[in-house]
Ligand binder design. Structure first.
Ligand SMILES: Nc1ncnc2c1ncn2[C@@H]1O[C@H](COP(=O)(O)OP(=O)(O)OP(=O)(O)O)[C@@H](O)[C@H]1O
Ligand SMILES: [Mg+2]
Length: 241
């Protein structure tokens, strides 16, 4: 069975003095494996909050976030912290708006850490080699061959973003959430990153949520949704067979 993400009536509020801000207001959304749903909308409308809720980093007030994969169905809205941490490590690729690379690690080590972090037992040399090969291939896929041994401070903003994307793919996630991958890039590099993400999503069959301000790429997405004040409205839906 292929992956499907189904978000139903998702509501999330933040405390705001004596009141609360409604960051997500009964959001509904469905994304299948291999498809990208684009989320657009003004600053402060709730886009990053939606990604945080879908990736289990924020607990919603109500609603469901169902992830169907070949290993079963999970409601991401009600997992325990421990279950959520395991799911994030194994099945969710997250690319934040701000790059959050570890300053001391080289590009290739950022990717390898994704695999080795989850391992509490001895990692065999064969497994290490396999991990290194995959990390190298992914860095190559994002156009960073030759930069494997550089630390974040030695990379440009766009290069750091590409390391972020490669890292999110390290564990072959079923669910991929990407916040503003092209904001620090020029038109040409931005288009290249979108093409890269599309190819990777198709190859890995990840259900993908992509927040972007860049309308130039929206026609390439499987569906486009607009967020205003926490309310998500479909703009277009192109169902791919
Ligand atoms: N941790 C928080 N505590 C309180 N309010 C928050 C928190 N995070 C976000 N908000 C509020 O929730 C609303 C939605 O914020 P969010 O970050 O999701 O917007 P966004 O659409 O991603 O904006 P941008 O395009 O600027 O990144 C805003 O009003 C914001 O101030
Ligand atoms: Mg945001």
């Amino acid at each position: 069975m292929s992956t499907t993400l189904t978000v139903t009536d998702l509501t999330l509020t933040f405390p705001d003095g004596s009141d609360r801000i409604t960051a997500l207001d009964r959001v509904n959304l469905r994304v299948r494996g291999g498809q990208i749903a684009a989320i657009t909308g003004p600053s402060g409308s709730g886009k990053s909050t939606l990604l945080a809720a879908v990736s289990t980093l924020l607990r919603p007030d109500s609603g469901r976030i169902e992830l169907d994969t070949s290993s079963g169905t999970a409601d991401l809205a009600t997992l325990s912290r421990r279950e959520a941490a395991t799911l994030r490590r194994e099945s969710i690729g997250i690319v934040f708006q701000q790059s959050n690379l570890v300053p001391a690690l080289t590009a290739i080590e950022q990717l390898e850490a994704m695999v080795h972090l989850g391992q509490t037992w001895f990692v065999s040399p064969a497994r290490r080699r396999e991990t290194r090969t995959r990390a190298r291939d992914l860095l190559d896929a994002v156009g960073l061959s030759g930069h494997e041994d550089k630390r974040p401070a030695q990379l440009s903003g766009g290069q750091r973003q590409r390391v972020n994307i490669a890292r999110a793919l390290m564990n072959e996630p079923s669910l991929l959430v990407i916040d503003e991958p092209t904001s620090a890039l020029d038109q040409e590099r931005g288009a290249a990153i979108i093409t890269l993400i599309m190819n990777i999503v198709r190859d890995h069959r990840a259900a993908t949520l992509l927040v972007t301000h860049d309308r130039a790429h929206l026609h390439r997405m499987d569906s486009v949704h607009h967020m205003v004040d926490g309310v998500l409205t479909p703009e277009t839906t192109v169902v791919m067979s």
